[in-house]
Design a protein around this ligand. Structure first.
Ligand SMILES: C[S@@+](CC[C@H](N)C(=O)[O-])C[C@H]1O[C@@H](n2cnc3c(N)ncnc32)[C@H](O)[C@@H]1O
Length: 208
């Protein structure tokens, strides 16, 4: 197994760029590789603190875009086009709050949310599964038809079921790692494009 290098290339790159962590380079790489977050896009970033992804998303959508970040922890907005909410992703009122601040359904939903690990395997897996359910529920409620999602997941029990959930909703789903992911980490990213169903975000076509 690769040796853990706490101060590797991406750690030093993040420090040099004045970014809080390497996390920003993961979303930067994904946005570039899949051509996501066009200028002017509406984006929701779940599990946004301390704000590395928000910084990269704000650069990608530019001043005409709009981004809403959500985290349990308060997080300072990275730019004028960014708003943040302190909330639990499992809060049933959250979709309506996000849509009100975003001004309409999202072109892209991203999630780097991860539960705080206790070291107790069964508890950690149950928490991760609960979080994954909340994220998929939010993706369904927030995205516009044709929209995209980028969601961090972890190898192990429940992964296949989670990916299957995305496959039923999107035209194309890929699972991959980023170069900035720490060697030995079990994290992967689901990149899903072409959201198929009309969402609960007011996009359901009128019945004719
Ligand atoms: C890896 S960090 C995100 C880093 C962020 N993408 C960045 O670039 O700075 C994971 C975040 O998920 C948040 N999180 C975990 N469970 C959550 C929940 N149920 N509701 C809201 N946020 C949650 C944590 O508070 C934590 O800040």
């Amino acid at each position: 197994m690769a040796r853990y290098q706490p101060r590797d290339f991406y750690y030093r790159k993040a420090r040099a760029a004045g970014l809080g962590s390497r996390a920003a380079f993961k979303i930067e790489e994904i946005l570039k590789r899949w051509s996501l977050a066009a200028p002017g896009a509406r984006v929701v970033d779940l599990g946004c603190a301390p704000g590395g992804w928000l910084t990269m998303l704000a650069r990608a959508v530019g001043p005409q875009g709009r981004i809403v970040g959500v985290d349990l922890k308060p997080c300072r907005p990275a730019a004028a086009q960014v708003a943040t909410l302190a909330a639990d992703l499992g809060d049933p009122e959250l979709p309506a709050r996000i849509l009100a601040v975003l001004g309409g359904p999202a072109d892209l939903v991203t999630s780097d949310a991860a539960p705080r690990l206790s070291g107790i395997r069964t508890r950690d897996q149950a928490q991760a599964a609960e979080l994954a359910t909340s994220v998929l529920r939010l993706v369904r409620k927030l995205l516009k038809p044709g929209g995209a999602a980028v969601v961090k997941v972890f190898m192990g029990e429940g992964l296949d079921q989670c990916v299957a959930g995305f496959r039923t909703e999107f035209a194309r789903v890929e699972l991959g790692r980023t170069r900035a992911t720490r060697p030995g980490s079990s994290e992967l990213f689901v990149v899903a494009v072409g959201f198929r169903t009309a969402s609960a975000a007011g996009q359901r076509p009128a019945v004719v």
